[in-house]
Design a protein around this ligand. Structure first.
Ligand SMILES: CSC[C@@H](O)[C@@H](O)C(=O)COP(=O)(O)O
Length: 343
C-alpha cells in the first residue's frame, strides 16, 4: 500500500521523509530503507513532531523486519527497537508505536511477521490522520466565534500523519469560519513556528502573523488573543504536559490574562505510566542550535548554552486537553485516567 502524507511517504518497501531541516527554502525528500536510517532521521529532526516520530519509528521497524525476511522474529528485531527507542527521549508516541509493533510481532516469524508489522505501521499512520480530524472538531467547538489564537512550534500535517493537532483544530475552525486569524510564535531555537507553521498556514490560505516568541505577553495584554492552542509530546496521568520549550511560558501568561490554554494531542500521546511531569525525560540538544541560526553564528562559539528541547506545563495551568475522544476540562489524574479507559 502507498500512503502519501505531507511529510511521510510510505511506498510499501521503503519510506520517504520530507527533510524539515531545510524547509521552507528547499523541498527535499530523503529515502529510508532500514531502522538505522529511520532512527538517524528522527535524531537529526529530518522528521519531528510526536505523532510523526511514532509513525516513522513504526515504518522503520517494519522495514527492518522486511530486510530480515525469513529470519524475522521478535528476538531478531530487539536490536533495531533499541536503536529506534534511543533516537529521541521525550515524545511518548515513539515508545507507544514500538510497543504496539512488538505486541503485533508476538510469536510471528518471517513473512507473516513482516506483513503484520507493515500493516500495523500503516494502521498507525491512518489512525493518526483520523484522530487529528476528530480532535479538530472537538477543539474547534471550544473556540469563541471569530477567535484569534496563538500557537507555538509546529503541530500541523508536517508533525503528524496529516491535518495536525493544535494546527488541526485551527484548520477545522477555519473551515467552519469560526477563526479570524493565527499568531505563530517563531519557536527559537529550531524555528518550527517560522519555518514550518507559518508556511503550512500560508499554504492553506489561513491568515497568519509570525511573531518573535517574546511578543506573546504583549499580544495577550493588548487583548489580541482569545485562546492559546499547543500540541504535546507527552501528557502524564495528572495532565502535566511536555511540549516544545516555551510552552510553559505561554501557559503562565495565558493564566495571568484569563485566556484559555488548550492542549491538543491524540490518545497515543497520553502516558498513564507516569504520575506527573517530574518523571518526564527532557531532551537536551546541541548548544550550536542556540549559538547559530540556520548555520549563521549569532553568539561566541565558546559561550555556554542550555538547550532543553521541551518544558513541562503543569496540568493546573491547562484549561482543556483535546483528543480524538473528546475534551478533558481542567485535567487531573481521575479525569485523564478515565479518558484513557473510554473506548
Ligand atoms: C503534533 S506535534 C506535538 C509536539 O510534538 C510539538 O508541539 C513539538 O513540541 C515538536 O517538537 P520537535 O522538537 O519539533 O519534535
Amino acid at each position: 500500500m502507498v500512503i502519501n502524507s505531507a511529510a511521510i511517504r510510505w511506498h510499501g518497501d521503503f519510506l520517504e521523509l520530507l527533510d524539515q531541516r531545510v524547509l521552507p527554502a528547499e523541498t527535499l525528500w530523503l529515502p529510508i530503507h532500514n531502522s538505522q536510517q529511520a532512527a538517524q532521521a528522527i535524531r537529526d529532526m529530518v522528521v519531528r513532531g510526536a505523532p510523526a516520530i511514532g509513525i516513522t519509528a513504526a515504518y522503520g521497524l517494519a522495514l527492518e523486519a522486511a530486510l530480515q525476511g525469513e529470519t524475522a522474529s521478535a528476538d531478531n528485531l530487539a536490536a533495531a527497537i533499541t536503536v529506534l527507542a534511543a533516537s529521541r527521549p521525550t515524545a511518548v508516541n515513539l515508545f507507544w508505536a514500538l510497543e504496539r509493533l512488538q505486541a503485533t510481532a508476538g510469536t510471528l516469524q518471517g513473512v507473516e511477521l513482516v506483513n503484520a508489522l507493515k500493516k500495523d505501521a500503516e494502521a498507525i499512520h491512518h489512525e493518526d490522520i483520523a484522530a487529528n480530524h476528530a480532535l479538530g472538531e472537538h477543539g474547534a467547538a471550544l473556540l469563541p466565534e471569530g477567535a484569534t489564537v496563538y500557537t507555538h512550534c509546529n503541530t500541523g500535517a508536517l508533525a503528524t500523519g496529516g491535518h495536525g493537532t493544535a494546527l488541526g483544530i485551527i484548520r477545522t475552525a477555519w473551515a467552519q469560519k469560526r477563526l479570524n486569524s493565527v499568531y505563530a510564535g517563531e519557536t527559537r531555537p529550531w524555528l518550527q513556528g517560522s519555518r514550518l507553521t507559518s508556511w503550512e498556514l500560508a499554504n492553506d490560505g489561513i491568515p497568519v502573523t509570525l511573531v518573535a516568541d517574546s511578543t506573546a505577553g504583549q499580544l495577550m495584554a493588548q487583548g489580541k488573543v482569545q485562546a492559546v492552542i499547543v500540541g504535546a509530546d507527552r501528557i502524564t496521568a495528572n495532565g502535566d504536559t511536555a511540549n516544545k520549550i516555551g510552552t510553559y511560558n505561554l501557559a503562565v501568561l495565558a493564566k495571568h490574562h484569563g485566556i484559555p490554554f488548550i492542549v491538543a494531542a491524540p490518545v497515543s500521546t497520553l502516558d498513564p505510566a507516569l504520575p506527573d511531569g517530574s518523571h518526564i525525560v527532557i531532551e537536551e540538544r546541541d548548544g550550536n542550535e542556540v549559538r547559530q541560526v540556520q548555520g549563521k553564528v549569532v553568539a561566541p562559539s565558546e559561550v555556554s548554552v542550555y538547550n532543553p528541547a521541551f518544558d513541562v506545563t503543569p496540568g493546573e495551568l491547562i484549561t482543556a486537553i483535546v483528543t480524538e475522544r473528546g475534551v478533558i476540562q481542567a485535567p487531573n489524574t481521575d479525569k485523564v485516567l478515565a479518558h484513557i479507559r473510554e473506548q
